[in-house]
Write a protein that binds this ligand. Sequence first.
Ligand SMILES: Cc1ncc(COP(=O)(O)OP(=O)(O)O)c(N)n1
Ligand SMILES: Cc1nc(C(=O)O)sc1CCOP(=O)(O)O
Ligand SMILES: [Mg+2]
Length: 553
Amino acid sequence: MAHLCSQVLSTSFFTPKPQIPVLLSPGVACVKSFHQYRFLHIKAMQDGKFATPTSCDESKVRVPHVLTVAGSDSGAGAGIQADIKACAARGVYCSTVITAVTAQNTVGVQGVNIVPEDFVAEQLRSVLSDMPPNVVKTGMLPSTGIVKTLCQSLKEFPVQALVVDPVMVSTSGHTLAGPSILDSFREELLPMADIVTPNLKEASALLGGVPLETIADMRSAAKAIHDIGPRNVLVKGGDLPASLDAVDVFYDGNDFYEFRSSRIMTPNTHGTGCTLASSVAAELAKGSQMLSAVKVAKRYVEAVLSYSKNIAIGGGCQGPMDHLLKLKSNVQRRRFDPCDLFLYAVTDSRMNKKWGRSIVDAVKAAIEGGASIIQLREKEVETGDFLEAAKACLKICRVHGVPLLINDRIDVALASDADGVHIGQSDMPAHVARALLGSDKIIGVSCKTPEHAQQAWIDGADYIGSGGVYPTNTKENNKTIGLDGLKTVCVSSKLPVVAIGGIGMSNAQAVMQLGVPNLKGVAVVSALFDRECVMTETRKLLEVLKESTKIAK
Ligand SMILES: Cc1ncc(COP(=O)(O)OP(=O)(O)O)c(N)n1
Ligand SMILES: Cc1nc(C(=O)O)sc1CCOP(=O)(O)O
Ligand SMILES: [Mg+2]
């Protein structure tokens, strides 16, 4: 018996191990009959027979590509629709061969219409002959004929990896592929698979109905399924009785790994199996090794489950998940509005310390006082503390619809998912910040001259901060440009401008009454934060600013 080593992995902690390469050597491939396909596969690779895109334009970028061969779910929680969304969320192109059209919703499956075998074959030919995927992922394969057709196509058009999700029963208990297909699974499909991902019921069915009730049973099942031929097996224990944690067992033919994650209590679990298998396929398509593909895919599914736990779609009790959580958070975020610059509060760690306030308390008070945008300018805080503070402030800012920017630290902005950054002339160039942060984040740049302002616009900034309008003690060796300098920058700028430097109650009106184009507000540090009551000072300054706009009219 092979030496078996056991590892427990929480999905947030993982010790890398040497990986078996995705392909076995031809020598190993001959050991068992199921390796006949693998042998063909290796030979195809050695002979350079994996199809390559017909286009010979080298300037085009190849994208990782998964082909899913599965059933359509009209409710879009599972099946083809889940596969497309999961691949999109993981940054991978997804083509589709539809094996069945199901009428489904959150209550259950109302009908199944199987696509004729020859039309499945035609879809396979269309995709495989023209746009070869890196990885094929299978879901609902409702007939023996379709399984055989698929296996035949894969022999004709080998791909780099095959992920088999042996879908048999829907979440609601509806049979999607009956026992008649089990033989073709065991004899033809599984021996070709790089990984198979059964849940407990499917693992039991593949093994002739053995009961699976413990983690020990799952390990035995993983090994027995591995003996059928797939190179890796992931037995999913989500339905394991009496288990608080969700435990999945992964077996690669040598070692066992347990993936543990705390159970997310939600009815919105429809499509988790499809999503996990598609995510594994997507990671493989990007070039990951199998174990790390499984680990990353599990993390993604956990994040989606957690994100979707309270969403309400449909009246039944098998709700779908929302795969595109990243897009969703972008949609929820309000776009930058230049009016946000009206009363711009910039924090300062030294001042907070002096007055015995936390960053979070300072931000809360400024928002309560009416600040329209917040910048965390925390020059003396450790990175870890800065990140925690940014996350905590972000929660408050989101509740009030106030954008939160991070001074200088693009890494902290990214890690906290803050709304953007403010950077200076000696910080990361704004075009690099834009490339790192993407199109939706707010980028502000400090500009003392029209040339700076022009460059900020070219680099894709959203606004500029211009100063020092007056001398300041907050920033050492800061050049004062005065009201005239501010005016020159504002007139030349194509971007909205916020004035900064030595601005407070006594002079804010003079700044706003310059009446120059693009000037949208004032940015203030000491006049708000080097004071006993931040909220009161913010309120007072807001009144002054409002008053000055009335006078300007
Ligand atoms: C709104 C606003 N304008 C200007 C600055 C100054 O940024 P920078 O020149 O990078 O100097 P530091 O703030 O990093 O010392 C700002 N922070 N905010
Ligand atoms: C952070 C900063 N940037 C400046 C610039 O001129 O770009 S002046 C400044 C400090 C502003 O603090 P206070 O409101 O306390 O004067
Ligand atoms: Mg800076």
